[in-house]
Design a protein around this ligand. Sequence first.
Ligand code: ZN
Length: 299
Amino acid sequence: VTTSSKGYSIFRDTIADMTWPAVEAAALAGEPLLIPIGVIEQHGLQLPLATDVYGAHVWSSLVKAELAKNGLPCQIAPPFYFGMTTSTAMFPGSVNVKPESMVAILTDILESYASWGFRRQFIINHHGDAHHLGAIVRVIELLRDQNISATYVLCGLRRDALDRGYQTTFAKPFPLTEAEVLNVLDSETTAAARERLTRSPHLDVHAGEGETSLIMRWAPDTLPTDVDHTLIEPAPESPRQFAEATPQGRWREISPLGHIGDPARASVENGDLYLFEAADIARAIAETLPFGPHRPACC
Ligand SMILES: [Zn+2]
């Protein structure tokens, strides 16, 4: 038996590591299905291309564990990882597909899950490109026509980013209902952890303190051994420089290494944010399930 030198699998805890009868039983029991979505995209000098895929997978795994603690079983689909990386396309490592390609394949995949019985799906996405978001919204709209209930879980993003993404990509009014976009409220613990991350005067948009902490905490085997993140200078110089450069495709000029943020401030401890966020996501999902949030039988 040969194993990878890196001890990490994005199939861990997903249906891809199950047998078909186990999948059939879960689907027919009406269990919700979490759909982790990321992209393969440059993430600076210090992080793997799959950073967003790991982020979505980590959230999903932690949400599954949290729901299980409350007696609510769910399953996780194998992470989906080809999408649009418009703003980092000038770097090798950023895979770009057309919006219509992503819509077609993702719709086909989610329809496939639904045909086995998974008709309640929650999208856990870790990538903020406008076209990528637009494509996901379109997929949810198409699935609705087939009676498949897919919900976008707002982790780490605001609802208006989805709206803008859809309008940028398809030039039509935002089609999703309130119920199709799940708001996730921060607990006090999450808010405090987020506060720790936002003390840097620099933006934390991409491969900065947040994502570097994510990988240090949850997928450390994938970190390059020859890079010391504490020696990386923050970039760009100002939020304004970022705002001006991005629409013109000049990201690589304002940050030649590829990060938008301050990776030197990352820590394993800051990666715990994902744990806290997952508890909030699980609570939000549980409240939408037909049998409602779990309450202990005793009280
Ligand atoms: Zn990312």
